[in-house]
Design a protein around this ligand. Structure first.
Ligand SMILES: [Zn+2]
Length: 137
Protein backbone atom coordinates (compact mmCIF):
# COMPACT_ATOMS: atom_id res chain seq x y z
CA UNK A 1 0.00 0.00 0.00
CA UNK A 2 1.30 3.43 -0.91
CA UNK A 3 0.76 6.38 1.34
CA UNK A 4 0.82 9.70 -0.39
CA UNK A 5 2.26 12.52 1.57
CA UNK A 6 0.07 15.51 1.04
CA UNK A 7 2.12 18.21 -0.62
CA UNK A 8 -0.58 20.82 -0.43
CA UNK A 9 0.56 23.74 1.65
CA UNK A 10 -1.88 24.31 4.43
CA UNK A 11 -1.89 28.06 4.77
CA UNK A 12 -2.13 29.48 8.23
CA UNK A 13 -2.90 33.04 9.07
CA UNK A 14 -1.87 35.04 12.10
CA UNK A 15 -3.42 38.43 12.81
CA UNK A 16 -1.97 40.82 15.35
CA UNK A 17 -4.46 41.51 18.10
CA UNK A 18 -4.47 45.30 17.67
CA UNK A 19 -5.07 44.84 13.93
CA UNK A 20 -7.94 42.44 14.63
CA UNK A 21 -9.43 44.94 17.09
CA UNK A 22 -9.06 47.72 14.51
CA UNK A 23 -10.89 45.63 11.91
CA UNK A 24 -13.74 44.83 14.29
CA UNK A 25 -14.30 48.46 15.28
CA UNK A 26 -14.11 49.59 11.64
CA UNK A 27 -16.79 47.03 10.73
CA UNK A 28 -18.99 48.18 13.62
CA UNK A 29 -18.58 51.81 12.53
CA UNK A 30 -19.73 51.02 8.99
CA UNK A 31 -22.61 48.74 9.91
CA UNK A 32 -25.15 48.13 8.32
CA UNK A 33 -22.99 48.74 5.25
CA UNK A 34 -20.15 46.49 4.20
CA UNK A 35 -16.67 47.82 4.60
CA UNK A 36 -13.40 46.70 3.13
CA UNK A 37 -9.79 47.13 4.18
CA UNK A 38 -6.49 46.03 2.68
CA UNK A 39 -4.30 43.78 4.83
CA UNK A 40 -0.60 44.44 5.11
CA UNK A 41 1.88 41.90 6.31
CA UNK A 42 4.12 39.08 5.21
CA UNK A 43 3.65 35.74 3.55
CA UNK A 44 6.29 33.08 3.78
CA UNK A 45 5.87 29.42 2.87
CA UNK A 46 2.13 29.53 3.30
CA UNK A 47 2.30 31.32 6.65
CA UNK A 48 0.65 34.70 6.50
CA UNK A 49 1.16 37.36 9.14
CA UNK A 50 -1.14 40.38 9.11
CA UNK A 51 0.36 43.32 10.96
CA UNK A 52 -1.27 46.36 9.41
CA UNK A 53 -4.31 47.80 7.65
CA UNK A 54 -4.80 50.19 4.76
CA UNK A 55 -8.05 51.93 3.90
CA UNK A 56 -8.35 51.49 0.13
CA UNK A 57 -8.79 54.66 -1.95
CA UNK A 58 -12.10 55.29 -3.70
CA UNK A 59 -13.87 52.31 -2.26
CA UNK A 60 -17.58 52.00 -2.74
CA UNK A 61 -19.77 50.33 -0.21
CA UNK A 62 -23.32 49.24 0.32
CA UNK A 63 -25.32 46.66 2.24
CA UNK A 64 -24.36 43.80 -0.08
CA UNK A 65 -21.04 44.58 -1.69
CA UNK A 66 -17.90 46.43 -0.76
CA UNK A 67 -15.17 46.77 -3.29
CA UNK A 68 -12.55 48.99 -4.78
CA UNK A 69 -10.77 49.16 -8.09
CA UNK A 70 -7.53 47.23 -7.67
CA UNK A 71 -5.84 49.45 -10.22
CA UNK A 72 -5.92 52.33 -7.74
CA UNK A 73 -3.70 50.43 -5.36
CA UNK A 74 -0.03 51.21 -5.66
CA UNK A 75 2.03 48.11 -6.29
CA UNK A 76 3.15 47.02 -2.89
CA UNK A 77 4.38 43.54 -2.01
CA UNK A 78 3.37 44.02 1.60
CA UNK A 79 -0.31 43.71 0.70
CA UNK A 80 -1.35 40.17 1.61
CA UNK A 81 -5.10 40.34 1.08
CA UNK A 82 -8.30 42.07 2.04
CA UNK A 83 -10.84 41.98 4.82
CA UNK A 84 -14.48 42.92 4.48
CA UNK A 85 -17.60 42.71 6.56
CA UNK A 86 -20.77 40.74 6.04
CA UNK A 87 -23.52 42.67 7.83
CA UNK A 88 -25.88 39.76 7.07
CA UNK A 89 -24.11 37.75 9.76
CA UNK A 90 -23.03 34.93 7.43
CA UNK A 91 -19.30 34.80 6.76
CA UNK A 92 -19.51 32.59 3.66
CA UNK A 93 -17.65 34.16 0.71
CA UNK A 94 -19.94 35.14 -2.17
CA UNK A 95 -19.15 34.50 -5.83
CA UNK A 96 -18.33 38.21 -6.09
CA UNK A 97 -15.89 37.87 -3.21
CA UNK A 98 -14.04 35.04 -4.94
CA UNK A 99 -14.03 36.96 -8.23
CA UNK A 100 -12.51 39.96 -6.50
CA UNK A 101 -9.92 37.95 -4.62
CA UNK A 102 -6.79 39.99 -4.03
CA UNK A 103 -3.55 38.70 -2.56
CA UNK A 104 -3.30 35.49 -0.55
CA UNK A 105 -6.19 35.70 1.86
CA UNK A 106 -9.69 37.07 2.11
CA UNK A 107 -10.94 37.67 5.62
CA UNK A 108 -14.65 38.03 6.23
CA UNK A 109 -16.04 39.47 9.44
CA UNK A 110 -19.62 38.57 10.10
CA UNK A 111 -22.03 40.68 12.12
CA UNK A 112 -22.00 41.37 15.12
CA UNK A 113 -18.22 41.63 14.63
CA UNK A 114 -17.03 40.04 17.84
CA UNK A 115 -13.83 38.07 18.46
CA UNK A 116 -15.32 34.85 17.14
CA UNK A 117 -16.70 36.42 13.95
CA UNK A 118 -13.39 36.42 12.05
CA UNK A 119 -13.06 33.94 9.16
CA UNK A 120 -10.25 33.65 6.63
CA UNK A 121 -10.47 32.04 3.19
CA UNK A 122 -7.97 31.20 0.50
CA UNK A 123 -8.44 31.84 -3.23
CA UNK A 124 -10.52 28.67 -3.59
CA UNK A 125 -12.87 29.57 -0.77
CA UNK A 126 -11.35 27.10 1.71
CA UNK A 127 -11.55 28.13 5.34
CA UNK A 128 -8.15 28.83 6.93
CA UNK A 129 -7.23 28.61 10.56
CA UNK A 130 -6.90 32.05 12.17
CA UNK A 131 -4.56 32.71 15.06
CA UNK A 132 -4.65 36.00 16.96
CA UNK A 133 -1.24 37.14 18.14
CA UNK A 134 -0.98 39.42 21.14
CA UNK A 135 2.75 39.81 20.52
CA UNK A 136 3.43 43.53 20.63
CA UNK A 137 6.85 43.40 18.95
ZN1 LIG B 1 -18.48 39.45 0.80
Amino acid sequence: MIFFKTEKHQRTITIKKDVRDGILSYCKMNHPNECILVLRGKSRKGKILVDGLVIPPFFHTGPTFAGFPHSFLPFDTSYVGTVHSHPSGVAKPSVTDLHNFFGFVSIIIQSPYEDGDVFAYDRDGNLLEVTISSDQS
